[in-house]
Design a protein around this ligand. Structure first.
Ligand code: PXG
Length: 463
């Protein structure tokens, strides 16, 4: 079947409903409603099949860091496809794009994170991490060190390994996750869970859960702790400043490996190349994907420190993917990194756009529906609340208000997501000040409409 001229939207939606199973979607309900068909994009703007233009406040799915429409990446892909569209890196062979990208990442990554194992996605990379840290400890003569500690409401992907590391209850409820030897502690979400504590005390308290869990399991049984520097899919949960230094102290004290999942926070999102640099932490492994290629090609990986890589190198590591280091994806990633660097995009986030967003976004906290409005780099979130004076949750099922707000946002041609009753944005890093202002304008209108709707429907009562 060829679809050269764009058929009417309804036709596309019918085909989509009949044959396309969407991820994280109740496909029956979507089929009845009809998916929005995105046809083109440029800069920070999307166009749908009806010709409507939207501001993409989510950079695709937290990934289009350099913005849409960079022809250099298309050219890099075409060049590489002509020269060497595929070769594997399994059987004592390598190729220029993969080895050059590995070297470039070693140069960019902090400390002695000098080695890269490639994957096709963030989920795959986290599966690699599970295998790698367990194999590391086995080679170190401590095969019982298998347990990985992760966090509730963390997100690390949707494979069996990634989904198990993640702490999403709705995911664990389906298909037999988590797999054995992965345990979860609570997240550092002060606004939602901090009670009467100050944010600083709460951050320490949540870090101490890690210590308590290590002691409960026995440090000799714990392989690693994995966490996102800032939780993304969990609702842009920015930890109190006290959290990460204490976590670093604890993993150091007990000799536990630290895996920073940088799939969202990597490649400039927080105003540094990596979120770990923004928080001054020293991971042993960083998970990467998304912004590595700005989403133009599917590619992920693990950046690994000398000690682990050198140990793993002592034996055959029985793990890998057909597309590990795929030459076209690697060539595109290299071109993406060149642009991030030469256009000084990350410096601009750090010095200009993130401070501008922080200031403008914080003002949304004055809105009667908003309990907190926080940002770090170009990640930002709002907590919707029926009563901001006591950080109250809605009596209605969690996510009801958030969903209504998301619908108004789409109606205002702004892609702003909801996670439960939190609203989140993470726009392309190339966004201008005036487009940030436009996001704030549309978000404010959206909040006004949502508030009116919630009042109308009697949904403003608190738990
Ligand atoms: N780690 C983190 C921190 C992520 O955010 C993954 C791993 C998995 O990457 P892949 O490439 O396998 O998807 C992610 C992905 C959402 C949403 O609803 C977030 C992600 C993926 C899908 C949906 O915010 N993050």
């Amino acid at each position: 079947m060829s679809l050269t001229n764009t058929p009417p939207t309804a036709e596309l939606q019918a085909l989509d409903a009949a044959h396309h199973m969407h991820p994280f979607t109740a496909n029956g309900a979507l089929g009845a409603k009809g998916a929005r068909i995105i046809t083109r994009a440029e800069g920070v703007r999307l166009t749908d099949s009806e010709g409507v233009e939207l501001i993409d406040g989510m950079a695709g799915l937290w990934c289009v860091n350099i913005g849409y429409g960079r022809a250099e990446l298309a050219e890099a892909a075409a060049r590489q496809m002509r020269e060497l569209p595929f070769y594997n890196t399994f059987f004592q062979t390598s190729h220029v794009p993969a080895l050059t990208l590995a070297a470039k990442l070693a140069e960019l990554a902090p400390g002695d994170l000098n080695h890269v194992f490639f994957a096709g996605s963030g989920s795959e990379a986290n599966d690699t991490n599970i295998r790698m840290v367990r194999q590391y400890w086995a080679l170190k003569g401590q095969p019982q060190r298998r347990t990985i500690i992760a966090r509730r409401n963390g997100y690390h992907g949707s494979t069996m390994g990634g989904g198990s590391l993640g702490g999403m209850a709705a995911m664990h409820a389906q298909g037999g996750m988590p797999i054995p030897d992965i345990v979860h502690i609570d997240q550092p979400y002060w606004w939602g869970e901090g009670g009467d504590m100050t944010p600083e005390d709460f951050g320490l308290d949540r870090a101490h859960q890690l210590e308590a869990k290590i002691l409960e399991l026995g440090p000799e049984n714990v392989a690693a702790f994995i966490a996102e520097p800032v939780q993304g899919a969990g609702g842009v949960i920015i930890p109190p400043d006290s959290y990460w230094p204490e976590v670093q102290r604890i993993v150091d004290e007990y000799g536990i490996l630290l895996i920073a999942d940088e799939v969202i926070t990597g490649f400039g999102r927080l105003g540094h190349w990596f979120g770990s640099q923004s928080y001054g932490i020293r991971p042993d492994i960083m998970t990467i994907a998304k912004g590595l290629s700005s989403g133009y090609q599917p590619i992920g990986g693990s950046i690994v420190c000398d000690a682990i890589a050198n140990t793993i190198a002592q034996d055959e590591f029985n793990h890998g993917y057909t597309y590990s280091g795929h030459p076209v994806a690697a060539a595109v990633a290299l071109e993406n990194l060149r642009i991030l660097d030469e256009d000084a995009i990350i410096t601009r986030v750090h010095d200009a756009t993130a401070p501008h967003l922080a200031q403008a976004w914080a003002r949304l906290a004055d809105h009667p529906l908003v309990g907190e409005a926080v940002s770090r780099g170009l990640m930002a979130s709002l907590a919707l609340t029926p009563d901001k004076t006591r950080r109250a949750h809605f009596a209605a099922e969690p996510g009801t208000a958030g969903y209504i707000c998301r619908e108004y946002s789409f109606g205002n041609n702004l892609i702003m997501r909801h996670v439960g009753d939190r609203m989140i944005i993470a726009p392309p890093l190339v966004i201008s000040h005036s487009d940030i202002d436009e996001i704030i304008l549309r978000a404010t209108r959206t909040l006004d409409q949502t508030l009116a709707h919630l009042h109308r429907e009697g949904l403003m009562s608190a738990q």
